[in-house]
Design a protein. Structure first.
Ligand SMILES: [Zn+2]
Length: 173
């Protein structure tokens, strides 16, 4: 038996999209028509646990599906929402991007009243976050599977690859 609802859904269910690492399907509790959930096939509770290369792929898939929703369902906008932690409204302990199609005056409430903070409160928060954000950009890369030297039939012959680039060079004026 699967550990959580999304892990179970990844095994069955009608999917909008799937590959080896990401699954997208219609939300069972849609905020609007066309509400899609995009989540990693592997079980991660919150975004912090997802490796960077998978975060990138997850958002690339979500962006493509969001674009498709715009074109096919002819909506005016989409919200991409991650409920990261129970305090943020997360009910299933498996990280997911909600893609919620939006239309003018659809009555969905994702707006908030801006709050006022003192200059000191804001300056302190800025300093703390700047310091803590110094590692942003140090991305975790996917581990490459080493090429097997035994499989000669699948390996690209080195010589012909070189020839190809040489031919390209010779074409240069
Ligand atoms: Zn799960």
């Amino acid at each position: 038996m699967a550990a959580c609802d999304y892990c179970a859904d990844a095994e069955k269910g009608e999917k909008i999209f799937e590959d080896e690492s990401v699954v997208a399907l219609m939300s069972s509790q849609p905020a609007s028509r066309g509400h899609v959930m995009v989540f990693p096939r592997e079980h991660y509770t919150i975004l912090e646990q997802v490796p960077d290369f998978l975060v990138g792929h997850l958002f690339a898939v979500a962006n493509t599906i969001s674009t498709t929703i715009f074109e096919i369902l002819r909506v005016h906008g989409t919200n991409l929402i991650i409920e990261n932690g129970t305090a943020a409204g997360q009910k299933t302990a498996h990280v997911a991007i909600n893609i919620i199609p939006r239309s003018e005056n659809d009555g969905l409430g994702f707006n908030w009243q801006p709050k006022q903070f003192t200059d000191d409160e804001m300056a302190t928060a800025v300093l703390q976050l700047q310091e803590a954000s110094k590692n942003v950009g140090a991305f975790e890369e996917e581990k490459k599977t080493p090429l097997s030297l035994d499989k000669e039939d699948t390996a690209l012959p080195k010589a012909s690859e070189d020839d190809y680039f040489l031919r390209q060079l010779h074409r240069l004026p």
